[in-house]
Ligand binder design. Structure first.
Ligand code: 13P
Ligand code: SF4
Length: 327
């Protein structure tokens, strides 16, 4: 099968009912579709589970399907394979990377680590398997604070790769973690000025922000959390209007859960659609259908690397369980 471009580039009969075909393939192949909140609405609607990085990792670890179809980005599918290696894991488009993961090349990170031998390495899950293998504990935006708090106060910490999340955690926990200089291209783009203008138009609107956002945006936020936490907050809170500073995909669930509320995507600082993650949005229903049908592109990982990368994820799960964040 031709995977030259990182995905199956095969024409699909336009008459085909893709929704029905995907449903058939799920049964036929005992497949489960896991989707991140940043996927387009149609993909979220066909998913068996939608979640944030923490929820998806946990679901992937316990999935008893024969094939895990990951509607997300590469590091997420790779994490699924690390946690559940006997399952076939497919990613609709191998080009679905992540600017945060790309900001930490293994060789540079290894030498940075070597310069700070007394530091515990905490890495955000948005990184490659190689970076995970060089880390002591992994965290997600949903459990980062608890992970940092579980480390003795005097222990120096090196946090990678997201400097915005790292800075936010330093402020929250009173630590002085050494930060790797990486950032998410989507969460760096929000405009303070445009949010201020929106607040003038919608004075009662609350600002909900993901901790990958820059400090100036986080300073304006009424609530900061992972995608799942933001979604939950929007359901439980009794305001009627929200300005949402994260990738636009999350608005689909927000709107579905509380259709009577108004959710406004925080505008980027130019006129592009930069608050859509270009990596997440590489996945389409057509690519999902093709990758289920042909079971490609498949994620495979060298066993020694898998075992080394799994250790800090297991540590994360252990701390998250103790903190009641996962079952
Ligand atoms: P969460 O899924 O932890 O909210 O993180 C968002 C993100 O950027 C995933 O790539
Ligand atoms: Fe990576 Fe940012 Fe896209 Fe998430 S939104 S996958 S952190 S580039």
């Amino acid at each position: 099968m031709n995977l030259k471009n990182g995905f199956l580039d095969i024409p699909i009969d336009p008459q085909l009912d893709i929704f029905e075909e995907i449903a058939k393939l799920k049964k036929e192949k005992k497949a489960i579709v896991l989707a991140h909140y940043y996927q387009e609405p149609d993909i979220q609607d066909i998913a068996d589970y939608i979640g944030d990085s923490l929820g998806l990792a946990q679901k992937a670890a316990t999935a008893d399907a024969e094939m895990i179809v990951f509607a997300g980005v590469h590091f997420m599918a790779e994490t699924a394979k690390i946690l559940n290696p006997t399952k076939k894991v497919v990613l609709p488009d191998l080009n679905a990377g992540c600017s945060l993961a790309d900001s930490a090349p293994t060789d540079l990170f290894a030498s940075f680590k070597a310069k700070h031998p007394n530091h515990v390495i905490v890495s955000y899950i948005n990184c490659s398997a190689e970076i995970k293998a060089l880390s002591d504990i992994i965290c997600t935006s949903g459990n980062a604070e608890k992970i940092i708090e579980s480390i003795p106060e005097k222990q120096p910490i090196l946090f990678a790769p997201d400097k915005n999340l790292g800075r936010y955690l330093n402020k929250k926990t009173g630590r002085n973690m050494l930060l790797w200089d990486g950032a998410c291209m989507v969460h760096e783009i929000f405009s303070v000025e445009k949010i201020v203008k929106l607040k003038i138009r919608y004075p009662k609107a609350k600002v909900l922000a993901h901790p990958e956002c820059e400090e100036a945006i986080l300073n304006m936020a009424d609530f900061i959390g992972s995608t799942t936490q933001i979604l939950k907050y929007s359901q439980q809170d009794n305001s009627k209007e929200y300005i949402v500073a994260t990738e636009t995909g999350i608005l689909h669930q927000m709107q579905q859960k509380t259709p009577q509320k108004l959710f406004i995507p925080a505008p980027p600082n130019n006129n592009c659609a930069c608050n859509d993650c270009p990596h997440m949005k590489l996945n389409t229903l057509e690519k999902i259908y093709l990758c289920m049908k042909y079971e490609q592109p498949e994620i495979n990982i060298n066993e020694a690397l898998r075992i080394a990368a799994k250790k800090p994820i297991d540590k994360m799960m252990e701390i998250s369980r103790a903190a009641g964040l996962v079952m």
